[in-house]
Design a protein around this ligand. Sequence first.
Ligand SMILES: Cc1ncc(COP(=O)(O)O)c(C=O)c1O
Length: 449
Amino acid sequence: MFDLPDDEILPLSREHVFWTWSAQAKVDPIAVKRAKGVYFWDVDDKRYLDFNSMTMCVNIGHGDERVIRAIQDQAAELAYAAPGMTTKIRALASKAVADVTPQGELSKVLFTLGGADANENAIKLARSYTGRHKILSRYRSYHGASAGAMAATGDPRRIAWEPNLMTGVVHFLDPYRYRSTFHRTNPDIPEEEFARDYVNHLEEIILYEGPESIAGILIESVTGTNGIIIPPQGYMQGLRALCDKYGILMIADEVMSGFGRTGKWFAVEHWDVVPDMITMAKGLTSAYAPLGAVAMKPKIAAAFDEHAFASGLTYTSHPISLAAALANINVMREDRLIEHAAGMGSVLRRMLTDLGESHPSIGEVRSIGLFGIIELVKDRKTKEPMAPWNESSSEMTVLKKYCMDHGLFLYTHWHTVLIIPPLIITEEQLKEGMDVLDKALEITDQAVK
Ligand SMILES: Cc1ncc(COP(=O)(O)O)c(C=O)c1O
């Protein structure tokens, strides 16, 4: 199609590419040549087991012919139509997304290009619908890199851009049991009481901020890069109740936790909670094409029946991306990938627990479905992390390098290792990755005090 010798890909990229999230002179990218299933290969034909689904997004795995064909067919039939028009694929894909929302209750869908603009639009919808201004979100969160989504983001990626971000965001604490501020002296508190404390903390903030000024509470249903923090029993229900009590919209950011990642279509289903809006991207197309979406309750859409929603995107409902989404959802159904992810989730949990028992540098493991994390510590008693807050450390760098050298592609974040493989992964493939990790952890074990 397009010709460039393999050995020229890196030099030409270095000359012309501007890299995101990176110091330009320090980037060391893998030149990827092809990918299939849970593996990808670089230009030297080195094979990597993909334990991060690339950017936590290739949920159905690489190179699925059914999705590729759908994209090709759609491009040949109709590559683009204007936002005010509709198409066969727009009608079908909107219905397919609505159908997978909890009990099909979020039946109106606004398509965006990715996760950040899904959150931007959810915030605009919440503000316009309620006539209120403030958005509450959590500290340990990432919601995207555009100005509004970055303002909602709680983690340090926000700080680089302050104060030039959207106003009106207030952050609150996450129910992070392993390092809970409120429970240092009573770590064994029953789960529902623990959840209640964090719901009470949120209610206190709502009251201080003035409930009548709060449009929405935006939360990752299961926190992603900030620690795979799984809500304790009662927490999501408590949040839902607070939203109902104060007329606030509950917005679940399922950009990372959606589309089978936790063993359900959306993570909120684990707690039988129906948010007012769900934002999604990543697994929506398994990254075969860029796409995000906001699914909302019909009452929110109906509020714009008589006056316009004052926003838009040239590429909303792009037919090629929608073809990828519809084919992706069909693949998930045909291959029963949600059920498979739930089953493999139990296998991953067992493997993580075993790893935790044999490595003193593991402070805690957490997982839900195929969404897992290892927290590395220098001291299990004090929980001193293997890398300081918002930094890396030589141990973490060496651990990551060992994995990459041994063909295991994964994501490390500060003192944590994330395990987020494609949902199609088998027990043997999980074990293949865990065996590499088992050896790599000998490096961090040496740093234990
Ligand atoms: C939970 C969450 N929300 C939003 C986003 C932003 O999505 P995007 O990078 O597609 O804009 C991400 C990206 O990692 C995410 O993990």
